[in-house]
Design a protein around this ligand. Structure first.
Ligand SMILES: Nc1ncnc2c1ncn2[C@@H]1O[C@H](COP(=O)(O)OP(=O)(O)OP(=O)(O)O)[C@@H](O)[C@H]1O
Ligand SMILES: [Mg+2]
Length: 342
């Protein structure tokens, strides 16, 4: 049996549009161990949400949405499952938390009823026992007076409480994997930190693995065991939090780290210049080449594969790694500082 609960191999999601084929996900590989928190990070539009939705088979149903590759969950390929089989997996074994809690909550029903529905459907729990479970889950996610709150409607909850409610719903059937797509992006900073703390506590208590999708590298350092960095439909670097934050290899990862405020790093923030390539007109070589401060000729002609670095488990798709460029100046050269000073 594999040590992973999920193994995504060469996942591709291509959308056929009037403008051409949009390669939103284009050969993604991911691995998640039981109880692990994996962050998938990258700029807006790089394919993070489409990756999550493809794993859950929320996309890929229409003729214009072409899905390929493998998504092994406990050794079974989800891409080969029928829709009826997927319905049994979603919510029960793998659940999803979206950015906007109102995607998951129906304004017409009280929150308790909506959470209770999950164990009723998936575990045939009688109504009363399912309601008890809902109250218990609300308590677990830190909602005060859960008995009373369960009978209230989503509009009676604050934004942060609604997201806690959705997390309670996602936990109600004791899944072994939660895919949380920007679960805190719509919340203000203090509440964001509380919800992230909650996710970590729940993982510690329940042992559920979490795939946390975010464009904000700043939020993941403390929370995640592993980080996968995504760029233009591909994973360009993957490793433990320490690998990614202390010894990033890919110039894109280095650029991301320079562009977000981080505790203990006082240097001036430097956004990565330029834009990612269009997903329906991708370059032949490395997709980051146009923005890369270390670009070489080879980078423009050939796409680099993910290679293991000197640290086992830390992989990077960059020709600098392949070429074994040992010129430390090159690797650690500070990114050019802008000339003007304030
Ligand atoms: N149904 C669709 N048809 C065509 N293109 C699509 C479709 N869904 C998504 N895309 C495109 O796929 C790309 C990846 O989108 P995705 O939503 O996965 O990005 P993301 O990394 O989640 O970004 P964000 O951080 O903004 O949420 C985008 O360019 C988007 O426009
Ligand atoms: Mg998204």
């Amino acid at each position: 049996m594999s040590e992973y609960i999920m193994e995504v191999n060469d996942l591709k999601t291509h959308f056929h549009t009037k403008q051409g084929i949009v390669k939103a996900v284009d050969g993604v590989n991911l691995r998640i161990k039981p109880g692990e928190i994996l962050a998938v990070v990258g700029e807006s539009g790089c394919g993070k949400s489409v990756t999550s939705q493809s794993i859950m088979r929320i996309v890929g149903q229409k003729k214009s949405e072409q899905l390929s590759g493998e998504v092994f969950y406990h050794g079974e390929d989800l891409l080969q499952k029928t829709e009826a089989e997927m319905r049994k997996i979603r919510g029960k074994h793998i659940s999803m938390v979206f950015q906007d809690p109102m995607t998951s909550l129906n304004p017409a029903y009280n929150v308790g009823t909506q959470i209770a529905e999950m164990p009723q459907i998936h575990e045939n729990k009688p109504k009363k026992a399912a309601w008890q479970r809902a109250v218990e889950m609300l308590k677990k996610v830190g909602i005060p007076s859960p008995d009373k709150r369960a009978s209230q409607y989503p509009h009676q909850y604050s934004g942060g409480m609604r997201q806690r409610g959705v997390i309670a719903m996602s936990l109600s059937c004791d899944p072994d994997l939660i895919i949380a797509d920007e679960p805190t992006t719509a919340l203000d900073v203090t509440i964001q930190a509380q919800v992230l703390d909650l996710l970590r506590r729940l993982r510690d208590e329940t042992g559920t693995a979490i795939m946390l999708v975010t464009h904000d590298l700043g939020v993941v350092a403390e929370l995640c065991d592993r980080v996968a960095v995504m760029y233009a439909g591909k994973i360009v670097e993957e490793g433990t939090s320490e690998d990614i934050f202390d010894r990033p290899k890919h110039p894109y990862t280095q650029g991301l780290l320079h562009s977000v405020p981080r505790p203990g790093h006082a240097e001036r923030l430097q956004p990565i210049e330029g834009q990612p390539p269009s997903l329906h007109d991708l370059p032949e070589g490395c997709r980051f080449a146009d923005r890369c401060p270390f670009v070489m000729e080879q980078c423009r002609n050939e796409q680099p594969d993910l290679l293991t670095t000197e640290t086992p488990g830390h992989t990077v798709a960059c020709w600098l790694e392949k070429e074994g460029v040992e010129d430390d100046n090159r690797r650690t050269r500070p990114r050019q500082q802008p000339e003007e000073t304030f």
